[in-house]
Design a binder for this molecule. Structure first.
Ligand SMILES: *Cc1c(COP(=O)(O)O)cnc(C)c1O
Length: 394
């Protein structure tokens, strides 16, 4: 596109964003509190149960499990902690390899590093933005072999201990194919579903396909607890171990302090869970409104010949963070520069994990689609618009 064509495209894009969000600076994603948040927080304070004990944690865990159609939820202080604990529970140990994607938020790889494991980066699909089953299978066929103790990477003999696909911006990846491939290799799948609360494959919620899924309730996610996360699973013994490991591994007893392993203090405080309970009551209308925002962007893109990142067939996205694709890196940068200058916050995708100093030594495939997407993705404002807040009723 010529520079002047880009300029006029951006001006029309800004007009589209302002039609939805109005005047003033427009953030990328901000939380909305339109339900019983204050009431539940006040009740929590009045009851004195603000910290590590309280009914709201259990209520929130049950609520999220019910919404996601999983049997159990274990709340944690944030999504990174949920991932770290889930990796430990899946048996990931020091020196192991874990297959994941290079197009992800840093938290995915930080959790792997906390577990003293190294990521292996396989490519994503251009349409889903998530891990490519084809790339996963190619990497395994080329580099892995089955041994008695499980699959290992051939040249190093290191165990391939888990696979962590991520549902990018809320769009479900091809999780069923990934679970099938990993099943053939005996590799447990942990879904990083931090961005995909409210996203489904068919009628099954993301996070429920692998042995465990992890969610985040950070301030920029679909709903927030201030900071928070959760492990969801259908496995009762994993859920019990998750609760134990994230609450200092204390054996239940009326007065004795006996801890049977090095546990984490990853439990979500009752105050944060109270906020989460109120937010969860707004989730369905929030998702409906976010879908309307996506509809507006999709219409804009269709009439201006701009590729809109939409979910793949057979899936329902929560449209956590909408994205368009520029024609080139240069065009992406020009769109970012001009929209931000005009008070509309837009962002590129994360730098690929393989290009960060801590992970540059890690194994990877050609990452061609990851690089192609990194050059082109522009995220657009995606919050619930002010004008629609009145429609959020518990
Ligand atoms: C938000 C997020 C997390 C978890 O983040 P926390 O801030 O620790 O809750 C993990 N993975 C991805 C992909 C995320 O976007």
């Amino acid at each position: 596109m010529s520079p002047s064509a880009v300029t006029s495209l951006v001006d029309e894009l800004v007009r589209c964003v302002r039609d939805v969000y109005g005047t003033g600076p427009i953030p990328l994603h901000r939380p909305v509190f339109a339900g019983r948040e204050k009431q539940y927080l006040m009740e929590c304070i009045d009851s004195n149960f603000v910290s590590s004990v309280g009914q709201r944690v259990t209520d929130f865990e049950r609520g999220i499990a019910a919404f996601t159609g999983t049997r159990f939820g274990v709340a944690t202080v944030n999504g990174t902690a949920a991932l770290h604990a889930a990796l430990r529970l899946a048996g990931v140990a020091s020196g192991d390899l874990v297959i994941t994607q290079a197009l992800t938020f840093i938290a995915t790889c930080n959790a792997l590093a906390y577990a003293h494991a190294d990521p292996v980066f396989v490519d994503v699909d251009r349409d889903s933005l998530g891990m490519s089953p084809g790339a996963l299978e190619r990497w395994l066929d080329t580099h892995a072999e089955r041994r008695d103790a499980g699959p290992v990477e051939r040249s190093s003999g290191r165990r391939v201990a888990a696979c962590v696909p991520m549902h990018t911006f809320g769009h479900p990846c091809r999780i069923e194919a990934i679970v099938q491939i990993c099943g053939r290799w005996g590799i447990p799948v942990i879904e990083d579903a931090a961005e995909s609360l409210g996203s489904f494959v068919g009628d099954r919620h993301t996070g429920g396909f692998g042995v465990m899924g992890t969610l985040s309730f950070n301030g920029n996610k679909v709903i927030t607890t201030g900071g928070g996360g959760m492990i969801v699973t259908n496995d009762e013994s994993l859920a019990a171990r998750a609760k134990h490991l994230t609450t200092t591994a204390k054996k239940p007893h009326p007065w004795e302090f006996f801890h049977d392993e090095v546990g984490f203090n990853y439990r979500l405080p009752n105050l944060n869970a109270a906020l989460g309970c109120a937010q969860l009551e707004l989730l369905r209308p929030m998702l409906a409104i976010k879908r309307e925002v996506a509809d507006a962007y999709r219409r804009f893109c269709a009439s201006h010949g701009v590729p809109f990142v939409d979910g793949i067939a057979g899936t329902t996205s929560n449209y956590w963070l909408n994205a368009i694709l520029a024609e080139s890196r240069e065009e992406r940068d020009e769109i970012l520069r001009r929209t931000n200058e005009l008070g509309v916050m837009t962002r590129p995708a994360w730098r690929l994990m393989i290009d960060l100093p801590m992970f540059s030594h890690c194994m990877h495939d050609d990452l061609a689609n990851s690089r192609w997407l990194e050059d082109r993705i522009v995220n657009l404002p995606s919050s619930v618009p002010d004008r629609d807040i009145g429609r959020l009723r518990p």
